[in-house]
Every structure is written in C-alpha cells, then in structure tokens.
Design a protein. Sequence first.
Length: 221
Amino acid sequence: MIKLKLCGIRRDEDIEILNRLSKEKLCPDWIGFVLAQGYRRTISPEQAAELYAKLESKNSVKAVGVFINQSAEYVAASANRAGLKVCQMHGDEDERFIQRLRKLYDGEIWKAVRVRTAEDILVADKLSCDKLLLDSFSESSYGGTGKKADWELIKSVYVNKKFFLAGGINADNLNEACEKIHPYGIDISGGTETDGVKDEAKIRRILEIMRRYGKEQICCE
C-alpha cells in the first residue's frame, strides 16, 4: 500500500475540495501546511489550525507541517498550536536538531533530502527521524520547485527508513513513480494545482490513480 501526502493546503477552498471528495471516499493520508517563512504557499500556524478544523475527514487524514531552518522551539510551538501529527524538516536540520525537537514535540519527525548524490540519501538514512522524504535538488530553493527528482539514483540506493518520493510528480507520471520506485508514500503539491491554486479535477485524478496501489484511506471517516 502506497500512501499519499497532499501538500500546500492554504485556503478554505482547498479544504472544501477535500470535503467534497471525502464524500466520494477519496482522501489523502496526510495534508501538508507550509509553515516555513517566505514561500508562496506559506501560512501561519493559526491558519493551519483553522483550516484543519474544517476538514471533515480529519479523523483519518493527519496534518503535517513543513519547516525550513527554523528553531526547534519555534517548530514545536507551531506544531502544538496547529495540532500537527508530523513535523517535516525541509532544510539543513541535523541529528542535533532532531534530538532537540524530540524533547519538545511528541509527534513524528520527517526529514526531507534534496537528492544530488547517493551519499545524500545514505547520510540522511542514519538520522533518528521517523521517515525520509526524497526530493529533487535545487541550488536556489529548499523545495517546491516542481522539478522531478533523480529517480534512477533513488532507485539505486537501499534505504532502511520508510520514505516518500517528492518532486515534480503529477497524474501523468504517478503510475511510473509508484511502480518504478515503490516508495512508502508519494508527496504531491504543484502536481495538483493550476495557476498556483489547488485544482479539484487534478486532485480527484491523483486519488483515483492511488486506488490501484491499495490506498485504504479511500474509505474516509
């Protein structure tokens, strides 16, 4: 069974789309809120809490917060305010940071890796985070570029931890991503958008494709 995280939720309209789809038993496993500062999809912890409260399927869909190079204290406080089950660290956070955050926050910690070499993956695999997210590499951005990750490289590296595949995934290459890489989960943001906003038809198509990979969350509560 391959999981799905739908990231970049930031508007009431996004939640309304998910609520409509949940009535058709179509839900992601996680939704992601970008709480890193200065990005197009960035919202505040308070906004994340308000949006998540409006999600009718929140008993089965968990909230993830995306953070980039913010202090462990800020991350923990934001996660607690927003009711997050997962903190996804998408910057240069190291083992020391993860250990510090563990003392302040009781949920899962995921570490994103901007994959340039096999060593990038192997080093991250030794961290004490709960899961990894393998993303495309960019010199200018920590994520959200829409650039496809190096699937051949990722496929060639044995990863002990459960990992998500991210970077440039959409309905046209989702089947290939699942069948070629066999990740624990898929993380999609831009691939569900048109002109920078969530597109209901694209989200529906993604969720319908995921049916064939045994997504139990198709049965939303």
